[in-house]
Structures are given as structure tokens and as C-alpha cells.
Design a protein around this ligand. Sequence first.
Ligand code: ZN
Length: 278
Amino acid sequence: MALADRNAIPREAIWIEPPPCRVAPSAYHFAVSPTAPLADLIAHARRAVVFTGAGISTESGIPDFRSPGGVWSRMRPIPFAEFVGSEEWRREAWRRAFSNSSGWVGAKPNAGHLAIARLVASGKVAAVITQNVDNLHVESGVPADRVIELHGNAGYATCLACGLRHELDTLRQSFLGRDEVPSCRECGGLVKTATISFGQPMPVQAMRRAEEETLAADLFIVLGSSLVVFPAAGFPRVAKENGARLAIVNREPTPLDAIADLVLHAEIGPLLAAAVPA
Ligand code: ZN
């Protein structure tokens, strides 16, 4: 049965506040020396999937949008309908994109990204499903066809009408030089960074691939996601219900801690570097 049917997962990107976590985690819950149980789960997996969120990239200096001091505490996100409906909001969106207000320009992969790349290269991890738009998994050496970007990629733009790819450098010149809000050079349609905004339809192919990889996995490792942005956050639950082991590494508790086989509140880079030696 399709993922959307099973859990009534929304087809647009939305953010759901987590309920308070009242149930104690069912299995391991370590405060110290968490490496061994994670390494053990990885060693016993035949086909693992890694699922990443903002928490892995904060260790590369990219602030988490939703955290205190993050981008959205200074400026609210622009929903898709407002981008489409208003030239002024499109202008504001591009102003933000070209001022690097999100902080991802120039960020480099960290020890966590590099450890994931080793797991992919060794054949242990079949796919990396990510909520991040910073391209750091590809930059760390994971082949692009193994990275499933649920929320798109901030490194380029696409036409919302015909899908044509546009490079940011070209758009930046006409925006900053001639104050032109980007439009498609082929069809005149609206051009937007290739990210998924709230209220924007999820990318169909990425969602399908993420579902397939989730259902094929016997180990699902969440790294740095609070699991509150849907439909992305539905995948770990589907993996667990499908019989996979579920490991969650995140600074804060998540709504799925109670059903996970392993819950670690630890920094991702040092943990993975120890659990997946170079
Ligand atoms: Zn176009």
C-alpha cells in the first residue's frame, strides 16, 4: 500500500509541533559511551538507510532554521502560495537567497557527513534521505543518485512552469544588477530556488524513492532531525512498522523516541566518526 494511504501523510510540506514525550524509550537510552550500540546495529544491518535533518549540518555551521537564533526566529518562512501570488514576496525570497541569510554558502561537510559517505561507499547504506537543502551529502562524496532530497536543493533554481534548471550566479547578476525578479528564459514562468517551501507540493519522484528505500531497509538511522516536518518525518515510523530497526540520534527528544531501538542525544560528527572508523 502506498505510503500516503497508510498514514494519511500530507502531500505538501508542513510543520507539526511534536507532542510532549511521555513514554520512556523502549530500548537503549545512553547518556555516555553511545558508540558501541550504534556500531553494533550498523554491523548487523544488511541494507541501511540514513535520514538526515538540520542537526547534522549545524555542526558545519549552518544554523537550524527552527532553533532559537535560527533564521525563522528573525524572519518568518515565505509559504509557497505567497511566493506564487506576490511579486513582492518573490523579491523578498530572492533577496534572502542572495544575501545568504540561511548561512549555507561556503559551508563544508563535517565528520558526520564524511562517515555517512564511508557507509555508502562500503555498501552498508543504500540511500541517504535528507531534509536538508545544503548539498553537503554530495559534497562529502556520496554519489548524487544515492541522495534523496525531500526538500529540494538551495544550490540552484527551477522554473515552476516548465521545470528548466537555472543557475544562481546568472540570476544573481540580473537581480542585483538590474533588480529583475527571476523568470524563466524559456517560458517566462516563475523561477524559484529548488527548495520545497511550506505549502508546496512535495517532489513526487523523491517521495517515491524515499518510500522504496524505507521499505527495503532493515536499519533506519535518523541523524539530526526532530521529526516534526511532515511528510518527511513519516518515513522512520514506516520503516519501524515494516520491521526495520530504528536508531535516532538527535540533540533533542523526538516524537518517535518511544518506538526506537536506540536513542542517542549526542553530537553526530564525533559519534559517527567513532562508530564508522575511516
Ligand atoms: Zn520555464
